[in-house]
Structure formats: structure tokens, C-alpha cells
Ligand binder design. Structure first.
Ligand SMILES: [Zn+2]
Length: 257
């Protein structure tokens, strides 16, 4: 099993609507908001890589029809399963092991935490209730008394931009066997990542998505490919493959390249 290279995909995540990715209650300071968004130790909101990866995996599982009624995360032993190959397999318990040895879990995708680009909020800075976030009052109505129960919800405002990075490891055999109509190499895992990005744009990130939160757009997408020799000092092999302003555009350019 040999690593032959890596795709490095960078992109801006732009918030089309406000984003609320909550944090666990234990971390809330005394006197703080009861519904804070996740922030780094310096108080800057960010998008955890785990939130992105988890959501994208779920959307891909629905896309491929792999979600059963239990709603459990899909994990299988099929060698050519794109989803398990890209997002990873659950570690099998020994007693569940059947005759065939389990496939070594080689998760190809790494999703970094996406940092807030503070410049994107410069114009809003003086209008925001707290540093980098807004407080939105969500009303729920008591259906018996008709009384409104406003609950403050912290969110990162629309217009904010985050810097995302995805790494797709390329193992021997991942490419080459599978060629497109023009005879070019195709990487099914990179393709799967782009599909997941497209699905996410038409879904939502974080909480309260069905009530309008968490619509995002991927912009300014760059894909580089680094061959294994890059990591032993060969600077030349890093090549900028494609650039695009949406996952769709990037996919179309990859098809043509
Ligand atoms: Zn699978």
C-alpha cells in the first residue's frame, strides 16, 4: 500500500445565511450566552473539520442510498465503496469478524478546521452585538397561551468567510484503472468530494438549517496535486491543477483537463 500523492483542495466557505455551530454546554462561561457558537481559544468562531466531514458524509450516504432505517453511519467492507474509502470505516469489533480479513482502514480525506477570515466581517464589525457574531432572537410560540418565548441564539452573520482545506490521499491503484471517455486518469475519491461539496451547498451546515440557518457557498476553489516525490524535496512536482468559483465549475474543468 503506497501513497502516490495528495490532492490539496482549498476553498472559501462563504455564509449566505447566519451560521450556528453549537458548543457543548460544559464549556459555557458563567454569565455567557446559553447558546454560544464554537470558538477557538482566542474567541474567534471557526468551522470544525469534524462538522464539515460529518455532514458531507451523511449527505453522500443519502445520495448513494446507503442510509437504512436505523440511521446509523454507513460502514462496509466493500473494497470499492467510495464513501468508506473517502470518509473512513468504523473499526470492526473482533467478534463481528467474519472469514474474510477486514480491510485496513485507510481514510483518504482529511478536513481541516476552517478559520474565519476576519476581513470578511470588517464592514459589519461595529454593527455586531459581540465580536464576530450576532445575537438573533428565535421566537417559539406557546400554542396554548400564544405567548412568544424569545430565545437568544448566537450566530456568525451572513457574509462571513472561512478558509477551508481538504486533503485527499492518493494510494496506488486509486487512479489509472478508471479512465474517463477521453482516456484521462480519474480519481473517484476527488470526484466524490466535489459531489459532497455540491450537496452541502443545497443543504445546510450547523443547527437550525430548516429554519434558514447555515446556507453556504464554496468559492475561490483551487486544487493542487502533489506527487509523493514532492515530500522528498522535489519542489517541481507540485502542480496547480484547476481553479474555479464553484464545485460544479471545478468538476467541469477537471473533465476537460
Ligand atoms: Zn461502504
Amino acid at each position: 500500500m503506497k501513497l502516490v500523492g495528495k490532492y490539496i483542495l482549498t476553498a472559501d466557505i462563504e455564509l449566505v445565511t447566519g451560521l450556528h455551530i453549537g458548543t457543548s454546554k460544559e464549556e459555557v462561561e458563567v454569565g455567557g450566552l446559553d447558546n454560544p457558537v464554537v470558538k477557538d481559544p482566542f474567541g474567534n468562531p471557526y468551522i470544525p473539520g469534524s462538522s464539515l466531514k460529518g455532514k458531507m458524509r451523511m449527505l453522500m450516504e443519502f445520495h448513494e442510498g446507503l442510509v437504512d432505517s436505523s440511521g446509523k453511519v454507513h460502514s462496509c467492507q466493500k473494497k470499492d465503496c467510495k464513501i468508506c474509502g473517502l470518509f473512513g470505516r468504523a473499526i470492526e469489533k473482533k467478534e463481528e469478524n467474519t472469514q474474510s480479513p477486514p480491510i485496513f482502514n485507510r481514510t483518504r480525506l482529511i478536513v481541516r478546521d476552517a478559520k474565519l477570515d476576519k476581513d470578511s466581517l470588517k464592514d459589519l464589525e461595529n454593527l455586531l452585538e459581540t465580536r464576530w457574531t450576532e445575537i438573533k432572537y428565535e421566537n417559539s410560540i406557546n400554542r396554548i397561551t400564544s405567548a412568544a418565548l424569545p430565545r437568544p441564539q448566537e450566530r456568525v452573520p451572513a457574509g462571513a468567510r472561512f478558509k477551508a482545506e481538504f486533503v485527499v490521499n492518493i494510494f496506488e491503484g486509486d487512479e489509472g484503472g478508471d479512465k474517463n471517455e477521453d482516456g484521462d486518469k480519474k480519481n473517484p475519491y476527488l470526484d466524490c468530494l466535489l459531489t459532497a461539496m455540491e450537496l452541502l451547498e443545497d443543504d445546510y451546515l450547523g443547527g437550525s438549517g430548516t429554519r434558514g440557518y447555515g446556507k453556504i457557498k464554496f468559492k475561490n476553489i483551487t486544487i493542487k496535486r502533489r506527487d509523493a516525490s514532492y515530500y522528498s524535496g522535489d519542489e517541481k512536482v507540485e502542480e496547480v491543477r484547476v481553479y474555479g468559483d464553484s464545485p460544479k465549475e471545478v468538476r467541469n474543468k477537471l473533465k476537460q483537463s
